[in-house]
Design a protein around this ligand. Structure first.
Ligand code: GDP
Ligand code: MN
Length: 403
């Protein structure tokens, strides 16, 4: 689950990570009062207004309706309202929004932290993520903060450092010091950075994140180290331990079909192929997607209906698959272990009749308990449903239909 910047920052703060403070606004009318509240605790009357959408590159992005950037400095309380107006409610396009502007439902009014002082502020990059090959967490960091990290990786890969953390012993003091050293820090900033890294790593573990990306981490002109941006991805499988984080889910940021499927208890991921699949079990679903590829098609989705493939669930699954106009055929591949094949077949037939007209051919492969009875049910139904027993037969049918 992805979080908004302001939500990620609130988690970071709760673990003692220093952040750029801010207030969240969803109505222009609230902006000035909220900004004043912020000033009461920060002391500054310079603000930065930041669109809250699930995409990066906001600073260089454009709000379609107003031409405003997605991150804008407001130098004074009298500038706040018009700045917020330029962003809130508009559609923000960035390099990461795939060409479609994302509606901005909330903005963060944050304190300006790039104030002048003894030294220049400087921006670093830092992320924490899991390296699945090594079975370890990695802290990735760079002196080249505030820029697109992919570009840094391409043009100046030697400026990206990695620190591996053994989960059995956790982050060690020397590792935090090494990071601060490699970032070229000394004195107070060095010490602040070691504290920052330790708190950040504790937050990553403590909230069961699968990814943290803080870009930029800022060294202020008075040598404080703070998180200016936050991109936090939480591990869905651990959300049951964090009810308060689970409530942070913003469904308006997610694919509506995936949200609908999730609410129906179906495990669905949309893909961009032409063959819809309905399968019970994640492993079988993966194998089915391979079969579709091998027969010249491309899976339009991953869909695991789970253990109870009854008429109601099958119908819901049909509805979800058919929302995708690219779907030219649907392959149902069910292994009847606990669920009997004839029950699933009956479910398919009932769902089909209930839905009236399904505009694409359906291939059903049922294997396991009562597979023979199931095949007979499908064959006798008189519907545009083809049955198969072997997976290869099903694959051949897909090929035939797509040809
Ligand atoms: P992103 O573009 O979506 O990654 O959004 P960020 O939160 O990283 O903000 C983009 C850029 O805005 C940062 O790299 C900074 O250069 C700038 N920025 C963020 N906060 C401030 C601030 O308080 N003052 C100033 N002057 N610039 C800021
Ligand atoms: Mn950023």
């Amino acid at each position: 689950m992805n979080l908004h910047e302001y939500q990620g920052k609130s988690i970071l703060k709760s673990f003692g990570v220093a952040i750029q403070e801010g207030v969240v606004v969803d109505k222009v009318e609230d902006a000035v009062a909220k900004a004043k509240e912020l000033t009461a605790s920060t002391g500054t009357e310079w603000y930065v207004v930041k669109a809250q959408i699930h995409a990066g590159g906001r600073g260089k992005g454009t709000v379609e309706e107003t031409g405003s950037r997605g991150v804008v400095l407001a130098k004074g309380i009298d500038k706040v309202e018009e700045t917020v107006k330029g962003i809130l409610g508009g559609h923000l396009t960035t390099l990461q929004t795939n060409g479609v502007g994302k509606r901005v439902n909330k903005v963060l009014i944050a304190e300006d932290v790039y104030y002048p002082g003894e030294s220049e502020p400087s921006e670093f990059y830092m992320s924490v993520l899991m390296d699945r090959d090594k079975g370890r967490n990695i802290i990735m960091y760079s002196t080249e903060g505030g820029m697109d990290i992919e570009t840094v990786a391409e043009e100046t890969p030697h400026l990206i450092f990695k620190e591996e953390v053994d989960p059995r012993v956790g982050l060690q003091g020397f590792q935090a010091r090494k990071i601060a050293f490699n970032l070229g820090l000394s004195g107070k900033a060095f010490k602040e950075m070691t504290k920052f890294v330790a708190a950040l790593y504790a937050a990553y573990e403590g909230c069961d994140a699968s990814m943290f990306e803080i870009n930029p981490v800022l060294k202020t002109s008075d040598d404080k180290i703070i998180a200016v941006d936050s991109k936090v991805t939480l591990d869905d499988n651990a959300l049951f331990r964090h009810k308060d984080y689970a409530e942070m889910r913003d469904k308006t940021e997610e694919d509506p079909t995936e949200v609908e499927a999730g609410e129906a208890g179906l495990n669905f991921v949309k893909l961009d192929g032409n063959v819809g699949c309905m399968v019970n079990g994640a492993g079988l679903a993966m194998a089915t997607m391979d079969i579709i590829k091998m027969s010249g098609g491309n899976p339009a989705n991953f869909l695991d209906v789970g253990g109870t493939a009854d008429a109601e669930r099958v119908e819901k699954a049909f509805q979800i698959i058919l929302k995708d106009e690219n779907v030219k055929a649907i392959l149902i591949n069910i292994f009847g272990g606990i669920v009997r094949c004839d029950r699933v077949a009956q479910g398919v037939v009932d769902a089909y009749k209930n839905m009236g007209n399904i505009p694409v051919p359906i291939i059903v492969r049922l294997q396991g308990t009562n597979a023979v009875e199931a095949k007979k049910l499908i064959d006798d139904s008189g519907l545009n449903v083809h049955s198969a027993v072997q997976l290869q037969e099903a694959a051949d049918l897909v090929k035939e239909i797509l040809a």
